[in-house]
Design a binder for this molecule. Structure first.
Ligand SMILES: Nc1ncnc2c1ncn2[C@@H]1O[C@H](COP(=O)(O)OP(=O)(O)O)[C@@H](O)[C@H]1O
Ligand SMILES: [Mg+2]
Length: 470
């Protein structure tokens, strides 16, 4: 470059270029006098060109317009300098000053201001959102872990459940076939999941097949899969069955008594060989699964009636686990109540508790639906509850009425040898005994049994029932 005094035309072009820059530009001479600033710089620095042109930047700094001047730095150091400048208006600028030497002499300093406030903002926002998503990720992980831990936990205090838990722990370590037996709702599915998650196969799939829920004509292809064109309505590409999907994992065959005899043969073959053939296929496939079977029926009856193959039964029944119904382990009920209350309180954001009388009443209930029923009852109570405490009176009628059922093991010696009157009296006495055990006052008993308090008082006297509890 020869000089800054080019032809008029050149000067115009140069001006246009300087003005068009999105970055602010300052041009000073070799002494620090401002020669030109563009519009972008006027805007960024909130100054007017006419107020600064012709002035020396050291004066501008002294007057407090800037906290530091990159021009002065360039003049001092005679090389390119970049600084971050914070303006009074809160903007952050990245300022770079370039020295321009003409014949070895520093003649001009061209400074470039770039407003990076937005950029910093964006960076901060990015950082913020990164932190937030990390926070949510952790929360999600925690929740998932809690859920997993929940599944790996069973609530109990009864001896029988302790020994079942020990068995579960032991069998989970080996690939042995387990057969879970118990009424609906006792926890068979939960125990099956637990065996899987505690086992070496936990990273593999857990496939739950409810043999009773799949229509019989579909069961074979659902279980073993099929190849293309195996039957009308079959998917074109064919489909792997549940057995195949459980490869390297656990196959949970629920309601196994509902498996038709022809499939029992096929299952037995698979259990012995580890090999399956999809429906319509000639190819054999090796599948590595651990089997857990379950039934809520008395399978021995099925075997006796020849509805279930004895050889398959023996093959499945290597480790039998019999889970007793809830009514046979009543000591677990209060713990389960506490457990479900906590879960549902959390789920519905409530703080519901339960009175000892209500717990007492629940402990006497027979729970034909077992733990599932208990869980459903409590969920409904928590959802419906406006008070903070569930009282005996809030329980469903069938739970309250359940105390009318004669005491366990009670049966009249011989109904034919005694009068109806005596039998009814005995029955009535038993009802009163039960009511006495769950109610605090005679009023409460009267309400529960739907009679007046004097009637209760009279009957108590008549049967000489002394309240055992305070
Ligand atoms: N010991 C237990 N502690 C806590 N919850 C349990 C327990 N056993 C079962 N449950 C819960 O009770 C419900 C019914 O259990 P589930 O395993 O489905 O019974 P099943 O398969 O025998 O019908 C499920 O919600 C399950 O998580
Ligand atoms: Mg189940």
């Amino acid at each position: 470059m020869e000089s800054l005094k080019p032809l008029k035309h050149h000067a115009d072009v140069l001006d246009a270029i300087i003005e068009s820059s999105y970055d602010g530009l300052w041009i000073c001479d070799g002494k620090g006098k401002v020669l030109k600033i563009n519009r972008a710089s006027e805007k960024i620095n909130e100054v007017k060109a006419k107020d600064v042109i012709g002035r020396n930047v050291s004066d501008l700094v002294r007057e407090g317009l800037f906290d530091k001047s990159v021009t002065l730095e360039v003049l001092k150091r005679k090389k390119r300098v970049s600084i971050l400048q914070t303006l009074n208006n809160g903007k952050t600028l990245l300022v770079t000053g370039n020295p321009i030497f003409i014949e070895g002499k520093l003649e001009y300093v061209v400074t470039n201001d770039r407003d990076i406030t937005e950029l910093i903002h964006l960076k901060e926002e990015l950082e913020e959102s990164r932190k937030t998503s990390l926070k949510y990720y952790r929360k999600l992980q925690d929740a998932l872990k809690k859920e997993r831990d929940e599944e790996n936990r069973i609530v109990f205090c009864s001896k029988v459940m302790r020994s079942i838990q020990e068995t579960i722990q032991n069998v989970s370590e080996v690939d042995v076939t387990v057969f879970l037996q118990g009424e609906s709702g006792v926890g068979k599915s939960r125990l099956a999941t637990m065996i899987h998650t505690l086992s070496e196969r936990s990273k593999g799939p857990f496939i739950h097949v409810n043999c009773g829920a799949i229509p019989e004509n579909l069961l074979e292809s659902e279980l073993f899969g099929y190849v293309k064109g195996a039957f009308t309505g079959a998917r074109k590409e064919g489909k792997p069955g549940m057995v195949e999907l459980a490869d390297n994992g656990t196959l949970f065959l629920d309601e196994i008594t509902e498996l038709p005899l022809n499939l029992q043969v096929k299952l037995l073959h698979f259990l012995d060989s580890g090999i399956i053939k999809r429906v319509g296929d000639t190819r054999e496939r090796k599948v590595n699964v651990r089997i857990i079977a379950a039934s809520n029926r008395d399978i021995t009856q099925y075997v006796k009636a020849k509805h279930f193959r004895e050889d398959l039964y023996f093959r499945l029944n290597i480790v039998p686990i019999i889970i007793p119904p809830l009514r046979e382990r009543q000591e677990d009920i209060p713990l389960l109540i506490a457990y479900f209350l906590e879960r549902f309180d959390e789920k519905y954001g409530k703080d519901v508790t339960i009175s000892p009388e209500a717990v007492d009443l629940l402990c006497r209930y027979s729970f034909p639906g077992n733990i599932r029923e208990l869980s459903n009852i409590l969920e409904r109570l928590v959802v419906m509850s406006r008070n903070t405490q569930i009282e005996a009176g809030d329980l469903p009628d069938y739970v309250k009425e359940n105390i009318f059922v004669p005491i366990e093991g009670y049966s009249p010696v011989s109904p034919l040898k005694t009068t109806l009157k005596n039998l009814l009296a005995e029955y009535e006495m038993n009802i009163l005994k039960k009511a006495l055990a769950v109610c605090k006052t005679q009023q409460e008993m009267a309400k529960l049994l739907g009679v007046s308090q004097p009637t209760i008082a009279r009957k108590i006297k008549e049967y000489r029932l002394n309240k055992r509890k305070s």
